[in-house]
Design a protein around this ligand. Structure first.
Ligand code: KMH
Ligand code: ZN
Length: 277
């Protein structure tokens, strides 16, 4: 089995400092968090940033400030920008920070209810962003919240609007998408295995809330990769807040060690994901 790539979504757009006091929101805090998660075993940071008032931001300047700190404190980490931002952000704003040329960027594969909101991803915008990422050699991570989005990604691949190797992130447990039951991951993987050749894709799972570690365990066992972090889950165990993103990463490393799966080095992660930049 390939070594395990752990990604960490350190901040997100929906998590608040009120709910998780250790949430990194300033560029300095995000740089420090990246040094800690990298030391713990994470190789990718999925990055949302905040403005000076702690509000979700898609401003290029805010991304630049965070990126500078991250590159100083964790020079080897793979930086993946969120292009999802916060619900309600215009697609134009969501794409703007890509001028900074991160290694990777998320590409959300469809529109969905997102809790009490609607997370808009118009097909035309998805196509436009996919083309931009290919052109700029920024590797897309395909964010899949339900099966229709996987079908949409496969259709785009067949039309050559997405290129192999594809990297899928199954984000399971968002109210409005598929729930975080293991059977849902199994179902999605069956489709991947039917439709694609093994060398055409890699996959990871991000379980929301209490689903984070049970789904991580399955990804470790089944040859996938894992995302954890305060964007998805703020607890280390039921009712106990995690004291850092790195604590969540360390827990996954322990699960991998118990299962006999090695952790990818930064270089191995770059090769497994065929990163160009
Ligand atoms: N904040 C969510 C509405 C992404 O980063 O690409 C969307 C999100 C996805 O977090
Ligand atoms: Zn995100």
């Amino acid at each position: 089995m390939d070594p395990l790539i752990i990604a960490c979504a350190i901040t997100g757009a929906e998590t608040s400092v009120k709910k998780q006091p250790h949430l990194p929101v300033t560029p300095e805090q995000q740089g420090l968090a990246c040094a800690e998660i990298f030391a713990a075993g994470a190789r990718i940071v999925h990055l949302h940033v905040r403005d000076q008032n702690g509000r979700p931001s898609q401003s290029l300047r805010d991304f630049e400030n965070a990126m500078t700190e991250i590159q100083n404190k964790a020079p080897e980490i793979i930086i993946q920008f969120s292009t999802g931002g916060a619900v309600g952000e215009s697609f134009e704003n969501r794409m703007a920070p890509l001028n900074l040329k991160p290694h990777m960027a998320s590409l959300n594969m469809g529109t969905m209810n997102f809790g009490d909101d609607v997370f808009m991803n118009h097909p035309k915008d998805i196509q436009k962003l996919a083309a931009l990422l290919i052109d700029q050699e920024i590797s897309p991570e395909l964010e899949i919240y339900e099966v229709g989005m996987l079908e949409a990604a496969l259709k785009m691949f067949k039309k050559d609007e997405l290129k192999a190797p594809l990297h899928f992130q199954f984000v399971l447990g968002v109210p409005g998408g598929m729930s975080g039951e293991v059977r849902n991951l199994e179902f999605l993987l069956k489709i991947l295995q039917t439709e694609l050749k093994p060398n055409q894709y890699t996959w990871a799972v991000a379980g929301i809330g209490r689903h984070e570690f049970p789904l991580s365990q399955k990804a470790i066992e089944w040859g996938g990769h894992v995302r954890v972090g305060f964007e998805d889950n703020i607890y280390i165990k039921k009712g106990q807040l995690a004291h850092s993103n790195a604590q969540l990463v360390s827990h996954v490393v322990e699960l991998a060690e118990k299962a006999g799966r090695s952790i990818a080095s930064a270089e191995e992660a770059r090769v497994l994901l065929s990163l160009k930049s």
